[in-house]
Design a protein around this ligand. Structure first.
Ligand code: FDA
Length: 391
């Protein structure tokens, strides 16, 4: 009675996709979650409208110690496959920006779609079920408070530790370690950055101001909105580079990517010598930001009084603002976890552990992290499908 072909731990995006795929292939599937509802992160994603995929999904939009690892699953179950599923269920959607697809109505539609597909595959879903331990002796045994379940295949789909208050845990890492798999150090990603005292003062004074910036950190470079907050910096461009940023490294922001601020100021010095710098900068930047930069650099009076070397410094502050964040807002605020189960121990095609036949690991638990904009769900769908085909 408690014996299945496949046991999947975690009824999030990846676990649901794996379950419906395996179930519809005729496998007897048990899907377990410790929460009382499936797909909790899907429900809150995209402001409740779930940015469920990205039209521009390609493997180079994912971070991993092995940048080629995600290619196989992403190539076999693509964004177009998921869109076809969404359309089959009559869910209306739209492209918001940069290829990001959102539900017109509600993320609930996506969860219901996955549950309907699971039902079509006869998947047995057990919620509010706490896993006490996993053993492997021939088959896998999953011990819960209610019963011990057995199957020759076990799929870990319990995600990463970002947003623990939503039930996120590092459970997949513990089980992976138990089976001798390595973990690439997990770190918060797609997360706001925090600032040291001086820079923080500026950010606080500007809280709520947004500017389109070109932001770089490590190998990451993104041109999108930067938002000043009471704790530091956020907005899509900052979240994107946070995945590439490492402690003690600088972040560089071009606050006016379409202009050379030094050249602009020199021209204005000639044309409008009596104008104040803060007034002129407001042509390039939001007014409050222009004022804050002028104040920070102690620039008062007409621009004619300022030597070119000062204007050059202002130009640098605008086109190459460089600072070292003190950190990030951590797992409590991170949209995803970078790092995770090392792909070196997994098959690209089936997500099966090469040294532990029958054990598959999918979704965010794996060291594959997408950009902001629907990429992380696409990895959950693709990796879930790939494992679902193999189990
Ligand atoms: P996921 O976290 O979805 O599922 C893991 C499941 O395992 C959960 O149901 C959890 O309860 C369960 N679990 C954990 N530990 C367990 C244990 N010990 N025993 C039993 N069950 C356990 N991505 C995107 O592409 N577009 C978007 O719009 C957003 N928006 C977004 C908003 C917010 C606020 C967050 C926090 C995240 C996003 N994301 C996103 C990221 C996206 O939610 C994430 O990448 C996927 O949900 C990962 O899918 P998984 O199935 O791997 O993990």
């Amino acid at each position: 009675m408690n014996t299945y072909d496949v046991i999947i731990l975690g009824a999030g995006a990846a676990g649901l996709m794996c379950a419906l795929t395996a179930g519809q292939r005729g496998r007897r599937v048990l899907l377990i979650d410790h929460l009382d509802q499936p797909g909790a992160k899907i429900l809150i994603s995209g402001g409740g409208r779930c940015n469920f995929t990205n039209l521009n999904t390609t493997a180079d939009r994912f971070l991993s110690a092995n940048p080629h690892f995600a290619r196989s699953a992403l190539g076999r179950y693509t964004q177009h496959d998921f869109i076809a599923l969404v359309e089959k269920h009559g869910i209306a959607y739209h492209e918001k920006t940069l290829g990001q697809l959102f539900c017109d109505e509600s993320a609930k539609n996506v969860v219901q779609m996955l549950l309907d597909e699971c039902a079509a595959g006869g998947v047995d879903i057990r919620l509010s079920t706490h896993v006490r331990g996993v053993r492997h002796g021939g088959d896998f045994q999953v011990e819960t408070a209610a019963a011990t379940f057995t199957a020759p295949r076990l799929v870990l789909a319990t995600g990463g530790p970002s947003i623990p208050k939503m039930g996120a845990t590092g459970f997949a890492y513990d089980v992976a370690r138990q089976f001798g798999l390595k973990i690439v150090e997990p770190r918060p990603a797609l997360v706001p950055l925090t600032l040291g005292s001086e820079t923080l003062e500026t950010a606080r004074a500007l809280a709520g101001v947004a500017v389109e910036g070109l932001v770089s950190a490590g190998a990451g470079r993104f041109r999108e909105a930067v938002l000043f907050t009471h704790r530091g910096l956020s907005g899509p461009a900052i979240l994107q580079v946070s995945s590439y940023w490492r402690h003690r490294e600088p972040v560089i922001i071009d606050l006016a990517p379409d202009a050379d601020a030094f050249v602009f100021l020199k021209d204005r010095k000639r044309e409008r010598p009596k104008a104040e710098v803060k007034t002129l900068l407001a042509e390039l930047l939001p007014t409050r930001l222009a004022q804050a930069i002028a104040e920070e650099l102690g620039l008062t009076g007409g621009i004619a009084n300022l030597p070119d070397r000062t204007l050059e410094a202002v130009g640098k502050r605008i086109n190459a603002w460089s600072f070292v964040p003190t950190g990030t807002e951590g797992f409590a605020k991170a949209e995803v976890t970078a790092g995770g189960v090392d792909t070196a121990g997994l098959s690209q095609k089936t997500l099966e552990a090469t040294k532990v036949p029958g054990l598959h690991i999918i979704g965010e638990a794996v060291d594959v992290t997408g950009w902001l904009g629907g990429y992380n769900f696409q990895w959950a769908w693709s990796s879930g499908w790939a494992a679902g085909q193999a189990v």
